[in-house]
Design a protein around this ligand. Structure first.
Ligand SMILES: [Zn+2]
Length: 339
């Protein structure tokens, strides 16, 4: 599947549908091309690479004469790779182990995303027997003490790579609470590669979250909503009312009007469902979790339709406690609503 710069653009357009590329900038000139080598790896990982093309302004291809970057699978020893000094991620794939629980220790290099930098975390991964580094590289992460992700200049090496994505799966299945490290080096690589083309995140704004508030009156406990709105407007901050869906059965008109009038500084988000003890943390079956989340959504939607107010789809866990299984179910639910 050789492609020249013109052909690769045509090919990328041919393969694209509106559904596949909703997040890409309109200007296709900002697309970057990542050559996958050997070509059979491109075909094997097609679904995964297609999904990543929706996240980043990139196109994966094979046989490109002048790619912007290279994704190079090496089945033997680590070695130099890539073309003409293009940024390259070298993936070792020989002799991958069975999935096993492992401890991952991240280094302190600025190249590592701040969310992971210096952290010690665990994950279930398959590791290549090529674990180790080639030459004087900076170790970005070690697995059970062995260097497994490193870089030097614009080249990175990794001993982990996710399994091919099945057509029925989403990218979420390769980057979830119990399976995330195998995809991380590739995500980092693409993130750095497209740093000059992506949107700059907005600066951090202040938002206070007050738990348990509802709109049964124009105040709750010691909080007077009108006074709070004026204070927030004067100092330009925002307050989100984490409201319990059970309480949304009723809302006083004056309270609805007040939140609507001050929507720049006051808004509603979700706080559990019934706010019972360990509501999002206790041991529950998948069916029970699904019923709980479904009821919370129904209550929120009913409130929105009769009040005209929007409730942000952000869950604040009662007492700050939420299990991984509830998080996973909520992520699945959000992903199924995504375009
Ligand atoms: Zn609460």
């Amino acid at each position: 599947m050789q492609c020249t710069p013109l052909e690769r653009t045509v090919r990328s357009h041919k393969n694209s549908t509106l559904e596949r590329v909703p997040l890409l900038p309109a200007n296709s000139m900002s697309l970057k091309f990542v050559e996958v080598s050997p070509a059979k790896r491109y075909e094997e990982n097609r679904a995964l690479l297609d999904a990543l093309e929706q996240l980043f302004p990139i196109r994966f291809c094979t046989g490109n004469v002048a790619p912007d970057a290279c994704l190079l699978f090496q089945e033997a020893e680590f070695s130099e790779g890539g073309k003409g000094g293009a940024p390259t991620l070298v993936v070792a794939t020989a002799g991958q182990t069975a999935p096993q629980r492992a401890r991952i220790t991240f280094g302190s290099d600025p190249a590592i995303h701040p969310a992971f930098r210096g952290q010690i975390l665990s994950d279930t991964i398959r590791l290549s027997e090529q674990s180790g580094t080639a030459g004087p590289q900076t170790v970005l992460a070690s697995v059970d003490g062995a260097p497994s992700w490193s870089n030097q200049g614009n080249r990175s090496w990794t001993c982990v790579f996710p399994l091919p994505l099945k057509t029925t799966e989403r990218l979420l299945h390769r980057f979830s609470g119990s399976n995330w490290f195998e995809l991380l080096p590739l995500l980092h690589f693409l993130h750095a590669l497209t740093a000059d083309t992506r949107w700059k995140p907005a600066s951090l704004k202040a938002c206070f979250v007050l738990d348990d508030l509802n709109l049964h009156a124009t105040g709750y406990g010691y909080v007077d909503f009108r006074e709070l709105a004026h204070h927030a407007a004067a100092l330009n901050y925002h307050v989100a009312f984490a409201t319990v869906p059970l309480d949304l059965w009723y809302a006083r008109r004056s309270a609805i009007a007040l939140v609507r009038e001050h929507s720049r500084h006051l808004s509603l988000i979700v706080h559990g469902n019934d706010h019972t003890r360990t509501e999002l943390y206790g041991s529950r079956s998948d069916e029970q979790i699904d019923r709980l989340l479904s009821q919370a959504v129904r209550r929120v939607e009913a409130f929105e339709s009769h009040s005209g107010l929007h409730v942000g789809r952000l869950m604040v866990a009662p007492r700050g406690a939420c299990s991984l299984s509830v998080l996973a179910a909520a992520c699945e639910r959000a992903a199924s609503k995504a375009p």
